[in-house]
Design a protein around this ligand. Structure first.
Ligand code: ZN
Ligand code: FE
Length: 256
């Protein structure tokens, strides 16, 4: 297996398109919502795009696929029940996505919640989780139930602590504001929030984060922690830990 290198290609106002390479001239991208920035970056670095990995069908993750497929000889891999035209192969839970030209392999994890057919890619201590898990936050529930999102996040939470979390948006600053409303006394969160503020004030990315740290600061990974459950119960008395707590804090975040 090769040494993986992952860099961010910023797109739109807050998307990250992840560029994966292993030192050679072939590469992969995850969730190219826009082709322009990808083509510019690849041209600059002299890289050839060979694989496109897609976590879900939303346009800010797939909008650049058609143009990239016109420009490069690519294989396009994405979720089952694809709503994405041009996809070469669909993957479901537990299957492996092989990128032989990069000598890399990722396990597919089905993570319904944000959309019903959202998947994540895990391998080489990297997690590409689209709009399911963000740093200090999680995606909106457009198509899934709180129960689905809870079990999707539970799957991600069980990955090794050193896993680097490559989410698709730079939302961390506003996520910290919300997380502090839920858990104002979480010392790890206070530390993360001030670090994020410092990073963003100089335009630095707050992604990737480490899964182990997310477990300590991300309220959506902490829906069984007494402090988070108590904050949810303040808003809706009697809610239980887990999915019910997630439902309350997700709804709270939607109007925060
Ligand atoms: Zn999305
Ligand atoms: Fe998105």
């Amino acid at each position: 297996m090769s040494e993986i290198s992952v860099t961010a290609i910023p797109a739109f106002s807050d998307n990250y398109i992840w560029l994966i390479s292993t030192g050679g001239e072939e590469c992969a991208v995850v969730d190219p919502g826009d082709a322009g920035p990808v083509i510019r970056e690849l041209t600059q670095q002299g890289l050839k795009l060979r694989y496109i990995l897609l976590t879900h069908h939303h346009p800010d993750h797939t909008g650049g696929v058609a143009e990239l497929a016109n420009c490069y000889d690519v294989s396009i891999f994405g979720p089952h029940y694809a709503r994405i035209p041009g996809q070469d192969r669909s993957f479901s839970e537990g299957e492996s996505v092989r990128l032989p030209l990069l000598d890399l392999e990722f396990k597919v994890i089905e993570v319904p919640g944000h959309t019903s057919s959202h998947i994540a890619f895990f391998g080489h201590e990297c997690l590409f989780c689209g709009d399911t898990l963000f740093s200090v936050g999680c995606g909106r529930l457009f198509e899934g139930s709180p129960e689905q999102m809870q079990s999707s996040l539970d799957k991600l939470a069980r990955l090794p602590a050193p896993t680097r979390v490559f989410c698709a948006h730079e939302y961390t600053l506003s996520n910290c504001d919300f997380a502090l409303a839920v858990e104002p006394e979480n010392a790890d969160l206070l530390k993360r929030a001030s670090e994020v503020e410092a990073f963003r004030s100089v335009g630095r990315s707050t992604v990737p984060s480490e899964l182990g740290e997310e477990l300590a600061v991300n309220p959506f990974l902490r829906t069984r922690e007494p402090a988070v459950v108590a904050a949810a119960q303040n808003r809706r008395p009697g809610v239980q830990p887990g999915a019910e707590t997630l439902a309350v804090i997700r709804q709270w975040k939607d109007s925060f």
